[in-house]
Design a binder for this molecule. Structure first.
Ligand code: SAH
Length: 379
């Protein structure tokens, strides 16, 4: 079947849905009804859109037209409550999306955003949650410690496929923003800034449609410097996290080849120039690799490098994986690294790994289908 001829509704803006309704011979308010059904109600089939006339509903079921809601193909539940989803799209490609009840302990886990809007009365053992979404099938950036890199990049996700991951997970978890407090992190498979337009379009649909405020979203980049400037100029945008992972060019180029294109001087300059909102801080992520980038000297160098940037540092001890040539440092080295940074005046947090036992943690997303059954990890 020629898939490219199918018109997909998920991913269209209110304006575009209104145009679509009019083109279909419908009154323009049908556009708003479609928008609400797709993003707020999050229907999975046209027949569920009860606000529409019967004829229009039926015409939506016609060939060549699809709502475009992705399907959950597999689901793994970690003993820490994290859920890793394999989410499939119309062309047979799939990505992973992670649900983390209580947040990810990094983006908002520093106590700065304590909240408990998600009703404990409903019997849920969590009061907020974070969804980690993918932006590409695979990744082209080739960070040496990341499993996704081993896939290479297959293709960009559309805005509808990015939003669709969130819709699928919210429906599965029976959660509805804005009443329920949900954070979004664009930290799954792929480099969001190499799929910038679709990523930004997804952000707008998530804020306007799904009802998740921009202040509850964070995008993480490996350091695509021109897009950092673009993000800073957006009227509505997530918070920014930058994956630093090394305090000097020699080491960073080795771990993250993208550093040869945009080195630390350019990257940190972009961070300094980034227009922060009131009380907003930038995040620097730093994956600790045993005896590679985790010495006290590395920490001092890092403190120097980012001195004066209004930022916090999130430390992540390496999540191991097959084919990754680095080791996880032990707890003491992680604590020591944190101590040095704090002494240098940098707010520094240690991110608790989530769902390592099911390969759901940072850098472990490689699509279930292409991994042997994970064995239980002692970490
Ligand atoms: N491409 C984006 C977002 C995806 S990676 C980026 O690079 O930021 C999300 C985070 O996971 C990054 O901070 C990355 O450095 C980190 N990460 C990658 N592999 C990891 C691993 N094996 N263990 C721990 N963190 C890892």
């Amino acid at each position: 079947m020629p898939k490219e001829k199918t018109r997909v509704l998920l991913g269209l803006t209110l304006r575009e849905l209104t145009d679509f309704a009019e083109e279909s011979g419908q009154p323009s308010y049908r556009g708003r009804q479609l928008f609400e059904a797709l993003y707020r109600q999050r229907v999975s089939a046209a027949k569920e859109i009860s606000t529409l006339s019967r004829e229009f509903r039926q015409s939506l079921g016609q060939e060549g037209l699809s709502l475009g809601v992705p399907t959950i193909e597999k689901k793994f539940v970690s003993r820490d409550g994290t859920v890793r989803y394999l989410i499939g799209f119309a062309d047979g490609q799939s990505v992973e999306t992670v649900w983390m009840p209580e947040g990810d302990d990094g983006e908002a886990g520093d106590g700065s955003e304590a909240g408990n809007e998600i009703e404990k009365a409903a019997g849920r053992p969590w009061d907020r949650a974070t969804i980690c979404v993918s932006s590409q099938v695979g990744c082209a950036v080739d960070c040496q410690f990341c499993l996704t890199a081993l896939l290479g990049v297959k293709r960009n996700l559309t805005a509808g496929e990015i939003v669709g991951q969130v819709c699928a997970v919210l429906n599965d978890q029976i959660v509805s923003p804005p009443q329920d407090r949900v954070n979004i992190v664009f930290m799954g498979m792929g480099e969001p800034f190499l799929n910038y337009e679709n990523f930004m379009r997804a952000v707008c649909l998530l804020t306007d449609g799904v009802g998740i405020p921009e202040s509850r979203m964070t995008v993480s980049t490996a350091g695509i410097v021109p897009r950092i400037y673009d993000l800073g100029a957006e009227p509505v945008r997530p918070k920014l996290a930058i994956s630093l992972n090394a305090p000097n060019d020699e080491l960073r180029s080795r771990l993250m080849p993208i550093n040869r294109k945009w080195n630390l001087q350019k990257l940190v300059a972009a961070a300094r120039d980034f227009p922060l909102r009131n009380r907003e801080r930038l995040t620097f992520e730093y994956v600790l690799l045993d005896s590679v980038n985790d010495s006290a000297q590395n920490a001092r160098e890092l403190g120097e490098l980012i001195r004066g940037v209004r930022a916090k540092v999130n430390l992540i001890a390496l999540n191991p994986g097959p084919g990754i040539a680095f080791r996880t440092p032990d707890e003491n080295r992680v604590l020591q690294f944190q101590k040095v940074l704090i002494a240098a005046g940098v707010p520094t947090f240690i991110r608790r790994p989530r769902g390592r036992d099911i390969y759901a943690a940072c850098g472990q997303l490689k699509r279930t289908v292409e991994l042997a059954t994970p064995t239980e990890s002692p970490m």
